[in-house]
Ligand binder design. Structure first.
Ligand code: DAH
Length: 339
């Protein structure tokens, strides 16, 4: 038996594998279930006691040798795979860096999602507008300060072509082009000639809402906005409506939500009032309906307009509007969402 073992050891020492297949055959020959080593261990049972020690040592020697051979060829095959193609096929893949959505997009998508659930469609209008859609149809008096050069970017002074200062212009377009019932929201970019600071920017985003039908009341407006606030800021969110003025709504109001940073106790974000203003709203002025050829005797409606930047500020605790437009990845990478 010792001689037999000695031969196997010699054979193993001399073995050279030139392909992975040869190596695998060698492995099966020695280490396979019906392989040489298993046979040897089987025969070992019948070895006389006095020889057991020597034979045992030889079998172990052979087993280790076989294993070493396999390991050394195996790694040399792997290395040569790498060096041939120049690519290490066994290396773990680089993780794909996922981009993140901009917080303005996240909040816009969330607003759209909330109003979709209660039957609002989405409508869009042009950023370059005329005086009629931005001001006149919305009942702005001829001398209204919002028409002033200081607020509005005019593209063509004579023909009064301008960059829209609010998305309320889209409600005019929707009313001109469709018949009630109308239930729509209009997200979009707006432009105002303002000095850039932490609290003001010349470009920002709004979502306009419009609901026109028979018998639409202020109670409908209030319930719709309450639903929105709770969906956006949480079930416990409280709202309040303060009387206000807009040329295109009568009565008009501004809506506050209880400050979600201090929980209404008062902090520097809510200027120690416990409330934060998030939107303007009201019942669509009959003059606006008439301007858009909608029967103001038959139909009533409500409208609202909110700033996306402001809502994102409250939601994420952002304290400077300029961060939205600087595209600093350290800022942008913090926003993760599926929406
Ligand atoms: N357009 C107004 C603004 O930019 C916001 C607004 C207020 C829109 C009241 C409305 C509304 O539809 O009813 O400040």
């Amino acid at each position: 038996m010792i001689d037999k073992l000695q031969n196997y050891i010699k054979e193993t020492e001399a073995f050279i594998a030139s392909t992975a297949e040869e190596l695998e055959n060698f492995r099966i020959k020695y280490l396979g279930k019906k392989g040489i080593l298993n046979d040897l261990f089987e025969d070992f049972k019948n070895v006389p006691r006095e020889n057991k020690k020597d034979v045992g040592q030889k079998i172990n020697e052979l087993k280790n040798l076989v294993q070493e051979k396999i390991n050394s060829f195996k790694s040399s095959f792997e290395e040569s795979t790498t060096s041939k193609s120049g690519i290490d096929l066994t290396a773990p893949a680089d993780p794909n860096k996922m981009g993140t959505r901009h917080p303005i997009s996240l909040v816009r998508n969330e607003i759209i999602d909330i109003f979709n659930r209660i039957g609002f469609t989405i409508s869009e209008g042009p950023e370059i507008e005329d005086d009629w859609h931005v001001f006149s149809a919305l009942n702005f008096p001829e001398e209204h300060p919002a028409r002033d050069m200081q607020d509005t970017f005019f593209i063509d002074d004579a023909s009064k072509i301008l960059l829209r200062t609010h998305t309320s212009s889209v409600q005019v377009r929707v009313m001109e082009n469709s018949k009630p019932p109308i239930r729509t929201i209009s997200p979009g970019r707006v432009f105002r000639n303002e000095a850039i600071s932490a609290r003001a920017h010349c470009i920002f985003h709004q979502v306009e809402g419009l609901y026109i039908d028979e018998n639409v009341s202020f109670a409908d407006l209030k319930q719709t906005l309450m639903f929105f606030a709770k969906e956006m800021f949480g079930e416990k969110t409280q709202i309040r409506l303060r009387p206000s003025y807009f040329p295109f709504t009568e009565p008009s109001a501004e809506m506050d939500v209880a400050c979600n940073i201090c929980g209404g106790k008062g902090c520097n974000v809510c200027k120690y009032t416990g409330w934060l203003e998030i939107l303007g709203c009201g019942m669509v002025d009959p003059n606006v309906l008439k301007n858009c050829k909608i029967d103001s005797e038959k139909y009533t409606g409500f409208a609202f307009g909110m700033g996306i930047e402001r809502i994102a500020m409250l939601k994420y605790g952002i304290n400077d509007l300029r961060l939205y437009f600087e595209n600093d990845v350290r800022f942008l990478n913090q926003f993760k969402s599926s929406l």
